[in-house]
Write a protein that binds this ligand. Structure first.
Ligand SMILES: CC(C)(COP(=O)(O)OP(=O)(O)OC[C@H]1O[C@@H](n2cnc3c(N)ncnc32)[C@H](O)[C@@H]1OP(=O)(O)O)[C@@H](O)C(=O)NCCC(=O)NCCS
Length: 343
């Protein structure tokens, strides 16, 4: 008697991004407002980071609300219904309720039926991590369409008295629908981590430590300070410039694409100077348009790549069908890069 054999799942031959959408909070915070919090100057912030303003979410613009808005646009562009979505992946580090996953609320509000829904914590590489998972799900046959969201309310985790971070972070959401394709639309995702550098960007203290201290001092004084994001700016800067250009090149090589063939370069909007250094290291031809959404959006971590992608498509800087190199990197440290066909 032959041993019983499991019938394997069968998926699509290839996958691609079918739609992208973003949500930007209403409130604009210009550099002038940041100068009320820290000793700095508009000139310093612009020249060191490329940021002139960022958006901060109001009370109604929750992680879930911003995600639902962004996802609605991505679903419409993909030309599918929410009911066809077979997986919802939400990349975020700033949803302050640890459980349940915010993905389940988003799936429910969108009308995704019983689709599996979960959050991932991969900071500024979160969108790339989500894209890699979605590509595997579509090709592996566990879902036909997957919704990938990168969303942050980093304003909740920003210490406005910290000169090295107060001007950098912003809020927003970006979403993409990944689905089946007749031709390859997502190259091999080059992803990884370096946990030996886990302390270079991190929350100042774990929630349990924060609340224990709050108990100890009855909720008053410095010890009870809400955990915020802390960053060793120069260490991150050097790592990003030296190591991430290599990862971006690996993504190009794995996809069999040269820099000249790109229609867009969409790096994580961490810092304009990091972007400029990567352009040089990759020897990117001047003809390739580069995402510079950070100027008006700040660093929105997991949301930054889909937000920048949407802006490039809307402004006509990049076109549907163009090849784009995306790369995210940040707290962990973690990274993810891939060549994708723009929706
Ligand atoms: C944060 C960052 C802009 C700081 O720039 P930097 O050149 O490294 O700044 P340093 O901390 O070395 O400080 C340099 C000088 O600027 C001053 N400075 C620091 N923060 C300042 C601020 N907000 N405004 C004005 N001056 C500031 C310092 O006091 C120092 O002055 P000194 O030379 O007189 O001592 C930079 O390190 C950076 O961009 N890092 C990468 C951050 C990033 O992209 N993170 C996201 C990854 S996901």
């Amino acid at each position: 008697m032959t041993a019983p054999q499991i019938k394997p799942a069968t998926g699509a031959a290839f996958s691609r991004i079918l739609g992208v959408g973003g949500y930007r909070p209403v409130r604009v915070i210009p550099n002038a407002e940041v100068l009320d919090w820290i000793e700095s100057s508009d000139e310093w912030i612009r020249s060191r980071s490329g940021i002139s303003e960022r958006r901060w979410a109001g009370p109604e613009e929750s992680v879930a609300e911003m995600s639902v808005q962004a996802a609605g646009k991505a679903i419409a562009q993909a030309g599918i219904t929410a009911g066809q979505i077979g997986g919802v992946i939400v990349a975020t580090v700033s949803h302050l309720k640890q459980t349940p996953a915010v993905a389940t609320e988003i799936a429910d509000r969108l009308g995704c039926g019983t689709a599996p829904a979960f959050d991932i914590s991969a900071a500024c590489a979160g969108f790339g991590y989500g894209l890699g998972l979605a590509d595997g799900m579509v090709r592996g046959g566990s879902a036909e369409y997957v919704l990938v969201i990168g969303v942050e309310r980093l304003s909740d985790l920003t210490d406005t008295s910290d000169r090295s971070t107060a001007f950098i972070f912003g809020d927003g959401a970006g979403a993409a629908i990944v689905g089946p394709s007749d031709t390859p639309g997502i190259g091999k995702v080059i992803w990884g981590s370096d946990g030996s550098q886990r302390d270079v960007i991190s929350q100042t203290q774990a929630w349990d430590t924060a609340f224990a201290k709050e108990d100890a001092v009855n909720g008053v004084g410095d010890e009870a300070k809400w955990p915020a994001l802390r960053m060793e700016g120069q260490t991150v800067f050097r790592w990003a410039v030296w190591e991430m250009a290599k990862v971006a090149q690996q993504a190009l090589d794995a996809a069999g694409i040269t820099a000249e063939q790109l229609g867009a370069f969409i790096p994580h909007q961490a810092n304009m100077r990091i972007t400029d250094a990567m352009i040089k290291a990759l020897k990117l031809p001047e003809s390739v348009p580069v995402a510079r959404d950070i100027a008006e959006t700040g660093n929105t971590s997991a949301a930054s790549i889909p937000l920048a992608m949407e802006r490039m498509l809307e402004s006509g800087e990049a076109r549907s069908g163009d090849l784009a190199l995306i790369i995210g990197f940040g707290a962990g440290l973690v990274y993810a890069a891939a060549v994708v066909t723009l929706p």
